[in-house]
Design a protein around this ligand. Structure first.
Ligand code: SAM
Ligand code: SF4
Ligand code: F3S
Length: 464
């Protein structure tokens, strides 16, 4: 099969512009929607101007993410009106987690939207488009349907070097602050055979790294190809045997679902990179209980010890929320103490954002942390996390590491890649190395990235 590249549409191809916000699962979903529309003659364009269809794939996780959607809709309305005046049509699709959460509300606020499409219904997009083209206005599809992955066509594109592969969707954990269980529905795992087939296709199409995705990726448990049930550690071993695969990663995990088999995979599967994103959210047991995380700070610390016993050099990453309703100075101090105990290579931290319909939004009414306090805590936490990241990066300076090159670099003549610890590396080198792994000596560490030199270049200089 010849892979299909994104290209400027020609002839009478229809123009599709997809704008993606949110997590990596939305990036994956956007690709799959484009794949589903390709047989109808749609090809991707980089701008919404002149597009026949625009899809906004949205995120609802924090208030600011949702606000962005409505300001973007205002801009698209003007483009849509201008196109209508020229006698042409722009079909406007609002997809993703905002679509699922707000449903009919969207059409009340923005009646010029043609299709409101929840994340479990992307395979229905061609059928919904046909209804709009037949004259129907404001079509809404927000049913949960477990067959989405089976019903979507196989990926049709040339794969990026690092390819996303969603293996699990939805969440049954119901952390009190989080909208995901409502927007993505119940936990659902794809069968191992379908995952292995998609991974093989991605590797044949040029991928060298597969990033396994799920809202709770380590809750994955799926039908094994020869019967029975596998968990993630076993799936990782099967994927690592596929020809052409150099690296495997998985994100995002929940501490409660890190089982022995998965931890052992970190010790025993060379393709599994020494990197783990494991959100903890808070270091205070009181706040963790209020968040319904169902683990204590000590459980997390013990888990980190077990992971480090399996893979001493593992780079750790996490998510934190500060300013959760009722968070005191002592609670926040416990978070800082946990951060100091673990030592993170990188991390994401957020100010609590009350989300409509979640228990934490209700709790906030009674026990709100003042914005100015939450902001000060966020700044203090981020200062510590930045210092830890800089220290982690500095420790790689002078080392020689395998770098998988994934893209052109920031400047002409540069290429970009990542170390096994996921640090971005930029260096001067030929574009032909994109898709390959080469040994690189790290020459300088910056706050968020590294500079390096190819080992072959180091040797040439030594000989000169
Ligand atoms: N499933 C993952 C987990 O178990 O933590 C991640 C879910 S979410 C897509 C990514 C991060 O967003 C969360 O880990 C949390 O730190 C943050 N987040 C979720 N809801 C939030 C809220 N209401 N306010 C602030 N941050 C939030
Ligand atoms: Fe949200 Fe993650 Fe908690 Fe699920 S486990 S509710 S996705 S934060
Ligand atoms: Fe956002 Fe939905 Fe992902 S809320 S973070 S796009 S699961």
């Amino acid at each position: 099969m010849t892979p299909i590249r994104d290209s400027a549409p020609h002839g009478n191809a229809r123009r599709l512009h997809v704008l993606t916000w949110g997590c990596q699962m939305n990036v994956y979903d956007s690709e799959r929607m484009s794949d589903a529309l390709a047989p109808l003659g749609f090809a991707a364009v980089g701008e919404p101007d002149g597009a026949d269809m625009v899809i906004l794939n949205t995120c609802h996780i924090r208030e600011r993410a949702t606000e962005k959607v409505f300001s973007e809709l205002g801009r698209l309305r003007r483009l849509k009106d201008a196109r209508a005046q020229a006698g042409e049509r722009m079909v406007l699709v609002l997809a993703g987690c905002v679509a699922q959460a707000e449903g009919e509300e969207i059409l009340a606020r923005a009646p010029f939207v043609d299709i409101v499409l929840g994340p479990q219904s992307y395979h229905r997009l061609p059928g919904l488009l046909a209804r709009v083209e037949a004259g129907e206005a404001g079509v809404i599809e927000t049913e949960f349907d477990d067959d989405k992955f089976a019903a979507l066509p196989a990926p049709r594109r040339l794969s990026p070097v690092s390819a996303f592969l969603t293996i699990q969707e939805g969440c049954d954990k119901f952390c009190s602050f989080c909208v995901v269980p409502y927007t993505r529905g119940a936990e659902h795992s794809r069968p191992a055979a379908a995952i292995l087939a998609e991974a093989r296709a991605r590797l044949a199409a040029g991928a060298r790294e597969i990033v396994l995705l799920g809202q709770n990726v380590n809750a994955w448990h799926g039908a094994a190809p020869a019967g029975g049930d596998w968990r993630l550690g076993r799936l990782i071993r099967a994927l690592a045997d596929l020809p052409g695969l150099e690296r495997l990663r998985y994100t995002t995990s929940h501490p409660r679902d890190m089982d022995d088999e998965l931890i052992a995979a970190h010790a025993e599967v060379p393709a599994l990179v020494p990197f783990l994103h494991l959100p903890v959210q808070s270091g205070s047991d009181r706040i963790l209980a209020a968040m319904n995380r169902r683990h204590r700070a000590d459980d997390y610390l013990r888990l980190i010890e077990r992971v480090r016993a399996a893979r001493a050099d593992i780079a750790l990453s996490s998510d934190f929320i500060v300013g959760y309703p009722g968070e005191t100075e002592d609670d926040f101090a416990a978070t800082l103490a946990l951060v100091e105990r673990v030592g993170f290579a990188q991390a994401y931290s957020f100010r609590f954002s009350p989300r409509p319909g979640t228990p934490a939004a209700e709790a906030r009414r009674a026990d709100m942390v003042a914005d100015i306090v939450a902001e000060a805590r966020l700044q203090a936490l981020q200062a510590v996390l930045r210092r830890q990241q800089a220290a982690f990066n500095a420790a790689t300076a002078g080392r020689t590491l395998p770098v998988l090159f994934t893209s052109p670099g920031r400047h002409p003549g540069q290429i970009g890649g990542r170390t096994p610890y996921l640090q971005p590396v930029h260096l001067t080198g030929p574009a032909a190395l994109i898709g390959q792994t080469r040994m690189v000596t790290i020459t300088a560490a910056h706050p968020n990235s590294l500079s390096g030199i190819l080992v072959a270049d180091v040797e040439e200089r030594a000989c000169a």
